[in-house]
Design a protein around this ligand. Structure first.
Ligand code: BG6
Length: 490
């Protein structure tokens, strides 16, 4: 069979005329993810034929200066985009100077959008990307309302959608307030709350492996699964994001969103079909069923850490955790008593994201040294799915050896794996909400996180120091050892 080539994107339909406005276009997110994705999509002809990109920033730039600034600033962009491509991209680009300290400066945005549409007597779909820091999200929504940027036109069916970056709120209360405000101006199907892990190929593959193979579903429950581990380890320190990170910490930066989303994909029931709301109904059932923490369970089941040198790096005293490990349960019949262990942190030995599903040992094994089966989803890097099996070592005796059935993306497919932001931007342009987060999912996950932050303090959750480059605080090992287990991802 020939090696399949990854289908970067399958564009099944011609996209309607669209103007995408990015608020926060001079920030790191835009430089490192959004503009590189859009430039690449432009080169691959994945953008609508009639497309305008409005980049809103505080600085005084014209279009070319803005693009040069991005090329200069971007850590990931191949700077050598070529003059022809640059000129082509520039033709679609509009830079708009807007400053939140002076909201009046947004007055002209509506007129500018109309002027661009008028010569062609067309209405463009108007899409707004909230890529600023989160304290401006509510202000952007208010600005859109105040300056008439939410209106549809009568003769055409213009669509208005917004994409809101993370973090969506800082706790349940602020997430609810933001939801309430947005839902005052928009319907739920116009709001795209992003979690870029949902756009990763390997995360999308979780549902496929579970529900497209006969093999797993009968075993996917408390009778056969011993425990699940989700590890997101990062080698980098907080670097230039110190201000934001110190307010969030590992729990809010990673567990509330990316990790709980992956957990819900592992634990959810099969949706009746693939419509966005049915998928999200199933995920939210899991998030609502997570056993909330109490003071006592925090002490027994959660570990916080901070790498040595963090406070020096950010230039102030801080009790913020850069590492967190916890054990939780999903209070549903399928998962009764099955622990889910989650662990994430910065300044660890390497960057790796992995989910491992550990099956129970056989009640009785004919051979010596039977080990339990482990299904591992390597989310990144070296993307793969592995299934650990017992095999016989060739020879006269019967000696067992554990080896993996190994499906590696780089060996199975030619071509690059499409980056998460491209996938999600394309879905936003097309109006597909499947990989975006609904208001009730966000609120359910914050409710769970609040049960931790509302109950932890120096007594029941001391902040353990760990050496940068180590595996995190020793107490995290003990969390597993107490249950006679150990972390699988090293
Ligand atoms: C972001 C977090 O959401 O994801 C960062 O705020 C983290 O702290 C980043 O480094 C990791 O993303 P990825 O795609 O590189 O794993």
């Amino acid at each position: 069979m020939p090696t399949p080539t990854s289908t970067a994107h399958n564009l099944s339909k011609e996209l309607p005329p669209t103007v995408l406005t990015i608020f926060g276009a001079t920030g790191n997110l835009a430089a490192d993810y959004l503009l590189p994705a859009l430039l690449h999509m432009d080169r691959e002809n994945l953008l609508p034929r009639e497309f305008r990109l409005v980049c809103v920033g505080r600085r005084d730039f014209n279009e070319e200066q803005f693009l040069n600034f991005i090329l200069e600033k971007s850590a990931v962009l191949n700077k050598d985009i070529g003059e022809k491509h640059k000129q082509h991209f520039l033709r679609q680009l509009i830079y708009f100077k807007g400053d939140f300290d002076n909201p009046e400066s947004f007055k002209g945005l509506s007129k500018m959008l109309e002027d661009r549409e008028r010569p062609k007597h067309k209405c463009y779909n108007r899409l707004y990307y909230f890529a600023t820091s989160p304290e401006y999200f509510a202000e952007i929504a208010n600005i859109l309302k105040r300056y008439g940027l939410l209106t549809s036109c009568e003769s055409h069916q213009r669509k208005i959608r917004i994409l809101v970056e993370k973090p969506f709120g800082f706790n349940l209360k602020s997430a609810q307030e933001l939801n309430r405000l947005l839902l005052k101006y928009f319907d739920e199907d116009q709001i795209y709350r992003i979690d870029h892990y949902q756009g990763k190929e390997t995360v999308q593959n979780l549902m496929v492996v579970r529900f497209a193979n006969r093999l797993f579903e009968p075993l996917w429950n408390k009778e056969y699964i011993d425990h699940v581990e989700i590890s997101v380890l990062e080698n980098e320190t907080v670097g230039s994001r110190a201000n934001f990170y110190d307010q969030a910490g590992a729990l809010k930066d990673f567990v509330q969103n990316h990790m709980l989303q992956m957990l819900s994909l592992i634990a959810m029931e099969e949706p009746y079909n693939l419509t966005p709301d049915l998928i999200r109904d199933e995920k939210v059932r899991i998030l609502k069923a997570l056993r909330p923490f109490s003071r006592e369970s925090i002490k027994a089941n959660l570990v916080r850490g901070q790498y040595r040198g963090y406070q020096k790096e950010i230039g102030k005293k801080s009790q913020t955790e850069t590492f967190v490990a916890l054990k939780t349960l999903v209070n549903l019949p399928r998962w009764e008593g099955v622990p889910f262990y989650l662990r994430t942190g910065k300044a660890l030995p390497k960057k790796v994201t992995e989910i491992s599903v550990h099956f129970k040992e056989l009640a009785r094994c004919l051979f010596r040294n039977c080990a339990s089966n482990i299904l591992t989803f390597r989310i990144q890097p070296n993307e793969r799915v592995q299934l650990r099996l017992n095999n016989k070592i060739p020879g006269l005796g019967v000696v067992l050896h554990q080896a993996d059935l190994d499906f590696s993306y780089s060996q199975a497919f030619k071509g690059e794996i499409p980056p998460a932001y491209e996938r999600l931007l394309l879905d936003f342009l097309e109006g597909d909400q499947r990989l975006f987060i609904r208001s009730d999912e966000i609120e359910a996950s914050w409710k769970f996180i609040d049960s931790i932050t509302g109950n932890w303090d120096a007594q029941n959750a001391p902040l353990y120091q760990y050496q940068p480059g180590s595996a995190g605080p020793k107490e995290a090992e003990r969390l597993m050892e107490k249950d006679l287990r150990e972390w699988w991802t090293q």
